[in-house]
Design a binder for this molecule. Structure first.
Ligand code: MG
Ligand code: MG
Length: 247
């Protein structure tokens, strides 16, 4: 079942989304060569708690931290550690917040210092594909239209679309129905209706689409070791255009 949220419920999701949006803006200034990712995590947790919310990921399915931090070939679900960022790295930061019974979910991939042109392009195209997908979240369309738009945008660059991980419905749970793959067929999948809330999140690799899970049982990495990008917004479907709640 896909939940249709009332305006009151959407306001609550929006409040949690505003916190994750502000968390990522706050972290952007700290993402520099030399910083340990555990430090970013600490700052994020303090910030989220100072707003009266709880970190959305910490403890969920046993994840140990506030942020997922995924560097270079790490696609998603990296665990913050003493590892320091280096010039030329890219780091995907994924953040969730929970407040008043509802979640917000948001991710961006940041550049650390001077990043290779090819990798910059990967980030740009992945970010664009997120917006292409969001545009399709309108009444009358199907979930497959979202994935199709993302796929159509990235495939001309020869990038690998991660198939094992998907976007999702969001609300009282972080992950609700439906699953929202970053590939798909037009007109396929559940019908999109006003009041639905989605986290749309393309995970796009510079090289192969194939991934594996590291020995920490969390971090997903590209099989060829080439970088990956991840951008995510929480949105709500209206009678008209979708509203990005994490913007
Ligand atoms: Mg996320
Ligand atoms: Mg998500």
């Amino acid at each position: 079942m896909i939940n249709l949220r009332s305006p009151k419920e959407i306001e609550k999701i929006k409040a949690s989304c505003a916190i994750v949006r502000d968390t990522l803006f706050m972290l952007e200034d700290l993402v520099k060569p030399g910083i340990q990712t555990i430090k970013l995590d600490k700052k994020a947790e303090e910030f989220i708690r100072s707003k009266g919310a709880k970190p959305g990921f910490k403890g969920l399915y046993g994840f140990p931290a506030t942020l997922c931090v995924s560097i270079n070939d790490e696609v998603v679900h990296g665990i913050p550690s003493r590892r320091t960022l280096k010039d030329g790295d890219v780091i995907g930061i994924d953040c969730g917040a929970y407040m008043n019974g509802f979640y917000g979910d948001h991710a961006k991939t940041f550049q650390v210092g001077n990043v290779d042109t090819k990798v910059k392009k990967l980030l740009e195209v992945t970010r664009e594909s997120l917006y292409k997908g969001i545009e399709k979240a309108i009444p009358g369309n199907n979930i497959g239209d979202i994935g199709f738009a993302i796929q159509e945008h990235v495939q001309e660059y020869g990038y690998g679309i991660v198939k094992e991980l998907v976007g999702h419905g969001i609300g009282e749970k972080l992950h609700e129905e439906p699953q929202i793959p970053n590939f798909g067929k037009q007109g396929k999948g559940p019908k999109i209706k006003p009041g639905m809330c989605f986290a749309i999140e393309p995970m796009i690799n510079l090289g192969t689409e194939r991934v594996y899970t590291k020995s920490d049982d969390w971090t997903i990495c590209t099989e060829d070791g080439l970088p990956s990008a991840h951008f995510e917004h929480t949105i709500t479907v209206t009678d008209d255009k979708p509203i990005i709640l994490t913007k």
